[in-house]
Design a protein around this ligand. Structure first.
Ligand SMILES: CCCCCCCCCCCCC/C=C/[C@@H](O)[C@H](COP(=O)(O)O)NC(=O)CCCCCCCCCCCCCCC
Ligand SMILES: Nc1ncnc2c1ncn2[C@@H]1O[C@H](COP(=O)(O)OP(=O)(O)O)[C@@H](O)[C@H]1O
Ligand SMILES: [Ca+2]
Length: 563
């Protein structure tokens, strides 16, 4: 690893210990000095050595005299008090610490200095380093859904998030009704003055922000999103999610946990995670965008049923889940899809999308893609609309398209554990008609270690586009129709075409938790259309910064020290 020169180094005091503190461009590190160790009788080499990445420093502030008085009285620590009297000039660094897996917290460390000049110098240089981090948002537009999840959005924001955000300039507003945030973003807001949009709520609330922002960006750039072949312009504003909904799968699958404080810290440090967006059409009419689950059959039915039970909060999904499972419906139709190229991996490989994922780092319009798009096969497909497409006709319990893993507390590995956040593909999971017991086994594998795709009735494809046509929208002969039912084990068979109510033979699509008005849809993935204030799920003990040992060894460029 490349050595970086020290910007500052000094012997300061932390608690009652003397510490050597070093700052380089990327790391702030401190460790107890030998002298102090001997005095305290410490034998450990590493116990008191700490390092923080500069990009994970939240704030630096000079302690005022009254700050110190209050801390000292609270702790009633004699030694601390003596230290403050001896070295009254101090500064506090607030920084990100990792507590439980994927969970971030903000910790403080206070350094006491021998004189005001030295204290001032540290505060100034540290703040200069922070001001170089241009990816940090300075101004945010916040929308809060007070009715999402357990209706805790407003409280969560005010108690846990707002105190952390106080340095950025925040314009926060409670939504007054559904689609308030979407319409505000589409039309009214002067977006130029903001660096990002934050939504406090669930996946439904995120979906509003997504639609507001994508539509606004296309309008501003004179792109007609209603055209299925329109080349959509990526949104420049990033979206932050403070989870306060029922499933919160978009937050969980991009951060690794549903925790408001962790999400607030990812926003403050200015993380950026590109994300794919599916655009959904019905007969060339634009319907909606989706980033997580497009589900027909089982999940569509769960969602439809759960909407009537909103008053139950997040538990509505469990109740509707059991009810839908017991109904055990299946649906007929034809699914056609354009498979992704070989170099995108497969849904059954074990290459999970994690922070810094190399599969997603390929440029969205990389040479590979362009070449592939221009290939002879595809030119042909433009003409006859079929080449390269696979077609599967059948009876399905569920048809799911997962553009991301869809990991959430209900299923920590998600619907497609190896799906990628930003690779321009979606994983199409087809669950064919099977026995209730088999379907139960399949569902169970979403919460245990077994492979949910390893069943004869399940197949999964990584695709760039797909279409679905429910059976009774297809041209079928009367003879075919007379062999209904297509939907249920329990419902009466409809004998003839004239008396058959086709709505009973169809399910609905759930699109990130919203119900679509049509069963026949066409979907294409828009690679990296948006960015979130997130970094993808961090590997356990991810530690990618400069080894602080190299700092202790290197020479200071602006030495300053006290003893
Ligand atoms: C036997 C246990 C089986 C557990 C299977 C769990 C699979 C869960 C996969 C969840 C994927 C979620 C994808 C995300 C969707 C969200 O966008 C969307 C909206 O979120 P929001 O409310 O925050 O706005 N949420 C949802 O669509 C919720 C889907 C929840 C589905 C729960 C299904 C439970 C099934 C239970 C079957 C139990 C059978 C028991 C037999 C005795
Ligand atoms: N002030 C409001 N009143 C009623 N509904 C709202 C309001 N703000 C947002 N919504 C809608 O509430 C729905 C659910 O929101 P969401 O935050 O996703 O919670 P949940 O995860 O519980 O579904 C979304 O469809 C959203 O459009
Ligand atoms: Ca994807």
């Amino acid at each position: 690893m490349q050595k970086q020169p020290r910007l500052l180094s000094a012997r300061l005091f932390q608690k009652h210990r003397q510490v050597e503190v070093v700052l380089s461009r990327s790391v702030l590190a401190w460790k107890e000095t030998e002298k102090s160790k001997k005095r305290s009788g410490s034998t450990s080499q590493t116990a008191h050595s700490h390092a923080v990445q500069v990009c994970e420093i939240v704030a630096v502030r000079k302690m005022k005299d009254d700050d110190q008085d209050s801390t000292d009285t609270r702790r009633s620590d004699k030694k601390e008090k003596q230290l403050s009297q001896l070295y009254p000039h101090a500064f506090t660094v607030s920084y990100v610490t990792r507590t439980r897996p994927h969970q971030w917290r903000c910790s403080d460390v206070t350094f006491h200095c021998a004189n005001e000049g030295l204290c001032q110098q540290w505060v100034q240089v540290l703040n200069e380093q922070l001001s170089l981090l241009t990816n940090r948002p300075k101004s945010l537009l916040v929308y809060i859904n007070p009715y999402g999840g357990k209706q805790r959005g407003q409280r969560v924001y005010e108690q846990k998030v707002a105190p952390l955000f106080h340095r950025a300039c925040i314009t926060g507003r409670l939504t007054e009704q559904a689609n308030h945030a979407r319409d505000h973003l589409k039309t009214e807001a002067n977006l130029d003055k903001y660096d990002g949009v934050v939504c406090v709520g669930g996946d439904g609330m995120f979906s509003e922000i997504l639609h507001g922002l994508v539509t606004r960006t296309q309008n501003d750039n004179k792109v007609d999103q209603d055209q299925p072949d329109a080349e959509l312009v990526p949104c420049s504003l990033r979206i932050g999610i403070i989870p306060a909904g029922s499933t919160d799968c978009i937050c969980f699958a991009t951060v690794g946990t549903n925790d408001p404080v962790t999400s607030a810290l990812h926003i403050i440090v200015g993380d950026s995670q590109p994300m794919d967006v599916c655009s959904v059409y019905h007969n060339d009419i634009f319907l909606r965008y989706s980033v997580s689950l497009l589900g027909y059959g089982f999940y569509g039915d769960v969602l439809t049923d759960s909407e009537r039970k909103r008053w139950l909060g997040p538990a509505r999904y469990d109740l509707s889940g059991v009810k839908t499972f017991l109904s055990h419906n299946y649906y007929e139709g034809t699914i056609s899809f354009l498979p992704a190229e070989n170099n995108t991996g497969t849904p059954r490989d074990k290459l999970q999308c994690r922070s810094g994922c190399f599969v997603c780092q390929r440029e969205p319009s990389s040479k590979d893609n362009k070449e592939w798009e221009m290939s002879e096969d595809n030119e042909k497909s433009d003409k006859d609309g079929s080449s390269g497409w696979s077609v599967i006709r059948g009876k399905f319990i569920a048809i799911n398209a997962a553009s991301m893993s869809c990991a959430c507390p209900r299923s920590p590995k998600g619907l497609s554990p190896s799906a990628h956040l930003a690779d321009g593909t979606t994983d199409l999971i087809l669950v064919r008609k099977c026995s209730r017991l088999d379907f139960f086994r399949h569902l169970l594998r979403h919460i245990n270690k077994d492979d949910q795709f390893d069943h004869s009735f399940v197949e999964v494809h990584r695709v760039r586009k797909f279409r679905f046509q429910p059976r009774h929208h297809e041209l079928v002969s009367l003879e075919d129709l007379s062999e209904s039912p297509k939907k249920t084990d329990f419902r009466p068979i409809c004998p003839t075409q004239s008396t058959c109510n086709y709505t009973g033979t169809h399910s609905s699509w759930t699109c990130d938790g919203e119900i679509l008005p049509h069963a026949a849809i066409q979907v294409s993935v828009q690679c990296q259309l948006i960015r979130l204030f997130a970094r993808g799920i961090e590997e356990q003990q991810q530690c990618v910064f400069e080894d602080p040992c190299t700092l202790w060894a290197s020479e200071p460029s602006t030495p300053s020290s006290v003893d």
